[in-house]
Ligand binder design. Structure first.
Ligand code: AMP
Length: 624
């Protein structure tokens, strides 16, 4: 089982390795790293909150557990023991006592820290199993996360047979969810759009709700769900506990926590800023269409042990991975579509060296801790400097040195200053590796491989004798020297690939004068009619691709809709991955979206119910 990052410090408890994580808990009026009256020297196991004196004596029901200090009932402790949780992680130590007191809470923490149990356990401990209507609602940005969170609740509630958890998310049968809700559930986990739909239809009764959890709030913001989240918040009973978890704290999320949370406790489990002194940071400027060839060149000349390539969207992770695979790399992908179990297997493969190159989105790579990452490539510029710091911090771990390379399109160059300020040092320029550099690298690597093969043969003595026999035989037949034979053997090792890169290597370099036009659409293929200078109300340009069908939605520029809002909402509702969503064109009062042909009717019906930015999408098929 994956253990959450436990090598952190609490401001009130010093744990083993303070170099990786910091955690602090504070009331909203305090900074996130100080707790009045706390002792820096308290051991991690110091009781953190007064246990409920009336709590069941668990000593006979379950093995002694670091969770017993919270006063959880025997059922929860037994379930935790069964799944192998013995000690609470730093975020659990900090959050559980606050949540048991009924406080609102803002937690800045990433996946992998144990944040799910940090909110799920106190919620389970506080609910009333006899009340059959929802008492806890968790909003999550994606169906995968919703399912993971629901599975976590179920695993903690195995000894609480009257407690039921239901997951509601887009793309799944509505009626089945209604049926599940009708059977009674104390915990509902869902994606914002689908939760809103159930609320509006009266199939999700939140009148008895005690707590709302917003999980990965920044992701919900990024996917365009924040208006939906606010709508849900505005519908809740006055008396309720609100918990907000977010890996980053953009101003919009701060505003929500100020507006809707009541004097929240603040907890920060922060990946310490990478030790920039150990990471060499460089950037190169490359035009959009040349990014892939430039990436291949950079990998070839700079790639070594483990490499993580960060891309902005799921679709780009797949394009990059496919292209690298076609060039002979073993590549793994981590994006929001990768389920938790597979994610853990992928990380194990990366750790053990079965795979050297990982292509990931920010969210999927949160909390990733693999020592052998020597190079981080920011294939797409991160959304903010915090994400940049987090990304480059995946290298230079465990006292090693690391390299970070940032790809910038000419117009993204203006963001460099902000990133440099965030890391507190200049990021050096570099050029896309030239043929000469790559060829030198290839020769060096061949020499290295030959030397290693000579020093540490992988063959048995019997096999070596057979190889030697072949050499002698060919030398006799061909009357050639050992050196000529060795040359032929080296050529053989090239396996048909040219030793040297030939041809024009100028194409990827951006000319210092006249940066040229970056012909890629800013949103990765999405077209925005106004940006292109099209007159208002213009008809969609060009027919959809053969495999696609064009849909019209009644939201446009005037509604401040952005392609990302539509992609997020549609992907979540239909289960399509972002890659399959085609061209999006935004006009003044409507937009068009190209989606794969043959959409099942129930999926279309669920899209018809969808609201984006708190407005009905009103999707219809474009005729002709
Ligand atoms: P999360 O950050 O909630 O996604 O949790 C990351 C992983 O850590 C999940 O696989 C959890 O099952 C596991 N986990 C959470 N808390 C603990 C704990 N106290 N001890 C062991 N594993 C845990």
């Amino acid at each position: 089982m994956h253990q959450p990052s436990n090598d952190g410090t609490l401001s009130c408890a010093v744990v083993s390795d303070p170099s990786v994580l910091e955690a602090g808990v504070a009331s909203s009026a305090e900074t996130a790293t100080s707790l009045p009256g706390s002792s820096e020297d308290l051991p991690a196991t110091t009781p953190h909150a007064a246990a409920d004196p009336t709590a069941t004596d668990v000593s006979s029901a379950a093995p002694a557990s670091g969770f017993a200090r919270f006063g959880f009932g025997a059922e929860i402790l037994k379930a935790l023991a069964a799944i192998g949780y013995s000690e609470p992680s730093p975020i659990q130590q900090a959050a559980i006592p606050e949540l048991l007191l009924g406080r609102d809470l803002v937690g800045q923490a990433q996946t992998g820290t144990g944040k799910t149990a940090a909110f799920a356990l106190p919620m389970l401990a506080s609910l009333d199993p006899d009340q059959r209507t929802p008492q806890v609602l968790v909003l999550a940005p994606t169906r995968e996360l919703a399912l993971q969170v629901a599975a976590a609740f179920n695993s903690y509630a195995t000894e609480l047979p009257r407690v039921r958890t239901v997951a509601v998310y887009g793309g799944a049968d509505f009626r089945d969810q209604i049926h599940q809700l009708k059977r009674g559930a104390q915990i509902v986990v869902g994606t914002p759009g689908r939760v809103m739909d159930h609320m509006r239809q009266g199939t999700l009764d939140l009148s008895g709700l005690r707590a709302l959890v917003l999980d990965e709030a920044d992701e919900m913001l990024r996917m365009g769900f924040i208006d939906d989240v606010e709508w849900v918040l505005s519908q809740l009973p006055e008396q309720r506990q609100v918990v907000l978890f977010s890996a980053t704290m953009p101003s919009e999320i701060r505003r929500i926590s100020q507006q809707y949370l009541n004097s929240p406790a603040e907890i920060t489990i922060r990946t310490k800023a990478a030790d920039a002194s150990r990471i060499r940071q460089r950037y190169l400027v490359v035009q959009g269409p040349h990014k892939l060839p430039a990436l291949e060149r950079v990998l070839e000349s700079e790639g070594g042990e483990g490499v993580i390539i960060f891309a902005r969207t799921k679709a780009i992770t797949l394009t990059v991975a496919e292209s690298l695979e076609a060039h002979g790399y073993d590549v793994a992908v981590l994006n929001g579509d990768v389920p938790q179990a597979q994610r853990e297997r992928t990380i194990e493969r990366l750790k053990s060296g079965q795979v050297d190159v990982l292509v990931a989105t920010d969210v999927a790579a949160r909390g990733l801790d693999v020592d052998r990452i020597g190079l981080v490539i920011n294939y797409d510029i991160p959304f903010d400097s915090e994400a940049y710091v987090h990304r480059i911090g995946r290298t230079g771990r465990a006292g090693r040195s690391g390299e970070a390379i940032l790809f910038l399109t000419p117009r993204e160059r203006r963001f460099l200053g902000g990133l440099e300020r965030a890391v507190g040092k200049p990021i050096e320029p570099m050029e896309v590796p030239s043929n000469a550099t790559i060829n030198q690298h290839r020769l060096d690597r061949l020499r290295q491989r030959l030397t290693t093969a000579h020093q540490q043969s992988g063959c048995s003595s019997e096999e070596r004798a057979l190889l030697s026999e072949i050499l002698q035989r060919v030398a006799q037949e061909q009357t050639c020297s050992p050196e000529q034979l060795a040359l032929a053997a080296l050529e053989l090792s090239l396996a048909g690939k040219p030793l040297l890169l030939q041809g024009n290597d100028d194409f990827t370099q951006v000319r210092p004068q006249g940066p040229g036009r970056d012909s890629r659409d800013r949103d990765g293929g999405f077209v925005d009619s106004r940006r292109r200078g099209n007159p208002r109300g213009e008809r969609p340009q060009g027919p959809p691709d053969e495999s696609m069908e064009r849909f019209r939605v009644e939201l446009g520029w005037r509604d401040r809709i952005k392609p990302g809002n539509l992609v997020g909402a549609i992907a979540n509702e239909t289960g399509l991955n972002g890659k399959s969503i085609g061209r999006i064109q935004i006009f003044d009062t409507h937009s068009t979206v190209d989606l794969p042909k043959g959409m099942p009717d129930d999926v279309f019906q669920s899209l018809r119910q969808l609201r984006v930015l708190n407005k009905p999408l009103q999707i219809s098929r474009c005729r002709g």
